[in-house]
Design a protein around this ligand. Structure first.
Ligand SMILES: [Cu+2]
Length: 345
């Protein structure tokens, strides 16, 4: 039986009180109970009841992790190794493993994901322009997969054609120079593409310029969505996979500090996604490849696969909402808070 995604979310305990009411009042006999006082409008709570466990994946830790920097020093070399080359650049070597795994995207709502290294989004890969990137890929999933990187590389490293598919149990080594500087992504390119990407096989690929960007508080944000009933329409939206996570756990930033957001849109099934920040403006560098400011705005719209580097400074301490400016996406999970705090004296 077909069920609208709003109804599905309301039943799952997500969505606003208003949504739940509208579902009830849509029944054959039900009339939504009127609040005392003749229809006074209660304050609606928009968001899930309960919390998603962060034991397996913590969206906040993800924002500040690249090259497996969240792992203990003795565990990190299992997945990431670096080696200085004669020209001073680095060979950065990664181990990425595709596997099937259920992930929790809203309280009690599990999604049968296909993952890189058990997480969605996959681990963030970060190199400096001119470094060599080597990715040892092992497919432990139940379907053929690949890794298709954005950026300059030879065609045989593209992970997109039928002959590039890595069958379950198979391996492939992707190797290329990190080029150009900017904010890129990687994702599976097996067919059907919309299913392989949507299931969770995507990640962030940052290439820093040789002359580094100014020091900043940096955050990786991947805008994604989840089609939980496989009707080619998303029921849950988020930044970094967990609906409303940053409403409960605001992202801490320092008042006055340069804040840099690496923003990627991988949302499937919707043409566009967007990022809107309350109470302030930011500078947007689309794809991060140019240093000239392209836009000074408070809302940026990205197509699937598009990305932008955003820079700003919080003027005042306190909480600032950020969300998709598609209100529906926001209510279905894609909203959060920054908490700007004064630098300790
Ligand atoms: Cu795939």
């Amino acid at each position: 039986m077909a069920m609208s995604r709003r109804a599905a979310m309301a039943l799952a305990g997500l969505g606003s009180a208003a949504t739940a009411l509208s579902v009830r009042s849509g029944g054959a006999s039900a009339q939504a109970p009127q609040p005392a006082g003749g229809g006074a409008h209660d304050v609606h709570y928009a968001g899930p009841v309960g919390r998603v466990s962060t034991a397996a994946f913590d969206p906040a830790v993800f924002t500040r992790t690249w090259n497996f920097s969240d792992l203990a020093p003795d565990k990190r070399p299992t997945f990431y190794r670096e080696q200085r080359r004669p020209d001073g650049s680095l060979l950065r070597e990664y181990d990425l493993i595709a596997s099937d795994r259920e992930i929790e995207i809203a309280p009690g709502m599990f999604f049968p994901a296909w993952t890189y290294n058990g997480q969605v989004p996959g681990p963030t890969i970060r190199a400096t322009e001119g470094d060599r990137v080597r990715v040892n890929f092992l497919n432990q999933g139940s379907h053929p997969h690949t890794i298709h990187f954005h950026g300059w590389h030879p065609p045989e490293m593209d992970g997109s054609l039928p002959e590039h598919q890595v069958l379950p149990g198979g391996r492939f080594v992707y190797e290329f120079d990190a080029d150009p500087a900017g904010l890129h992504l990687y994702h599976c390119h097996a067919v059907p593409l919309k299913r392989h990407i949507h299931k969770g096989l995507y990640g962030t690929f940052i290439v820093d310029p040789k002359t580094p960007r100014p020091p900043a508080e940096e955050l990786v944000m991947v805008m994604n969505g989840f089609d939980t009933n496989f009707d080619a329409d998303n029921e849950v939206y988020a930044v970094n996979s967990v609906a409303h996570h940053f409403m409960h756990e605001p992202l801490r930033v320092t008042v006055g500090a340069l804040v840099r957001i690496y923003l990627i849109n991988v949302t499937e099934f919707d043409l566009l996604n967007s990022f809107h920040l309350h109470g302030m403006f930011f500078e947007a560098y689309r794809t991060g490849t140019a240093t000239a400011v392209a836009e000074r705005t408070d809302t940026i719209m990205l197509c699937q696969g598009e990305r932008a580097i955003l820079e700003t400074r919080f003027r005042y301490p306190g909480r600032y909402m950020f969300h998709a400016h598609q209100s529906e996406f926001a209510e279905l999970g894609w909203m959060g808070l920054f908490e700007a705090v004064e630098r300790p004296a």
